[in-house]
Design a protein. Structure first.
Length: 114
């Protein structure tokens, strides 16, 4: 019977793990166990930070809208959003923040309708 060499999947997995760990320091870049541990932690952080990025941008949008409203001497952010919902103006925070930053005259026209 001919000899069968095994372990191709294990070698492929090992090769992929070490390829993804390229650029890490010390034994984390060239030992499979250390590389795997670091990649698991990196994946957890990447997942959490994708969620945090959404939080950070929402806070940034709120700050931009508040600053633009303050310059116009209008009501606070929360009162403005509430009155927009009551009047049926369907602009989200991202669009409002972009208007406040890039084209303040259009933002002013929208804010005067409230």
């Amino acid at each position: 019977m001919t000899r069968v060499k095994r372990g191709t999947i294990a070698n492929k997995t090992r090769r992929n793990v070490l390829a993804r760990a390229k650029g890490f320091r010390n034994s984390r870049k060239n030992k499979e166990i250390g590389a795997h541990e670091v990649l698991v932690h990196a994946g957890n952080s990447a997942f959490a930070h994708r969620k945090m990025k959404k939080r950070d941008f929402r806070a940034l949008f709120t700050t931009r809208i508040s600053a633009a409203l303050r310059q116009l001497g209008l009501a606070s952010y929360s009162k403005t959003i509430h009155s927009m919902k009551e009047k049926g103006i369907a602009l989200d925070r991202k669009v409002l923040a972009t208007l406040a930053k890039d084209s303040p005259e259009i933002f002013e026209r929208v804010a005067k309708q409230l």
